[in-house]
Design a protein around this ligand. Structure first.
Ligand code: 5GP
Length: 205
């Protein structure tokens, strides 16, 4: 790996229940060289979630302290909970030439597009809206009230599709993860990302 080349960052967004978390997990298994940006949240952990791996679970006070310290490159309030991306993790990872996957909602993604150059933005869609509702129900961790709130929000988020670079329809997990990997691999070969490496190659020949 040529350390002169800044790392690539991929931002993945999706309406709740579109299968984004599973796709990201599968992708990270297939591409272990890619780091995952672990966000901070004030949401309570779900049963399968692991502190420091899925999220850093913090109190509202702790989160607000970090906001005051400008520790987040972006942050948002979502369903009554705060979520934020560590500026330190993003900057350090990319500066070291390492790649980073971020899972953020469209508002945060939009902010990242403005503040960090060279990101790749991927939106994951379920095969249909009916499918989305079924997936939310199957999760079994949400009340009907939560489900309606998430569906209403999903309608809003779907309007953001237009500015993303890539869209993945998640009909089947393995295929969707494979598509994310293909996007990543193609972006790694983009000429404009390899300027330093090309220059070095030309010098040595
Ligand atoms: P969940 O509670 O289901 O894990 O996540 C809810 C939403 O918060 C998802 O759309 C997820 O992408 C988003 N999210 C997770 N971490 C961050 C973050 O650091 N910043 C922003 N803006 N959104 C996040």
């Amino acid at each position: 790996m040529n350390k002169m080349t800044r790392g690539l960052f991929i931002v993945v967004s999706a309406p709740s229940g579109a299968g984004k978390t599973s796709i990201c997990r599968e992708f990270l298994r297939a591409c272990p060289q890619v780091n995952f940006s672990v966000s901070y949240t004030t949401r309570k952990p779900r049963s399968i979630e692991v502190e420091g791996k899925d999220y850093f679970f913090v109190s509202r006070e702790e989160f607000q302290r970090r906001v005051a310290e400008n520790a987040f490159i972006e942050w948002t309030e979502n369903y009554g909970n705060y979520y934020g991306t560590s500026v330190k993790v993003v900057e350090e990872t990319l500066a070291l030439g390492n790649d980073l996957l971020l899972d953020v909602e469209p508002g945060g993604a939009r902010n990242l597009k403005k503040s960090v150059k060279g990101g790749v933005f991927v939106f994951i869609l379920p095969p249909s809206k009916e499918d989305l509702l079924n997936r939310l129900r199957k999760r079994g961790c949400e009340t009907e009230n939560d489900i309606s709130r998430r569906l209403a929000r999903a309608e809003e988020e779907l309007k953001e599709v237009s500015w993303y670079d890539y869209i993945i329809f998640n009909s089947e997990l393995a295929t969707a993860a494979e598509q994310l990997k293909s996007i990543y691999l193609a972006e790694k070969c983009r000429r404009t990302r390899l300027a330093g490496k090309i220059k070095q190659f030309m010098k040595n020949n």
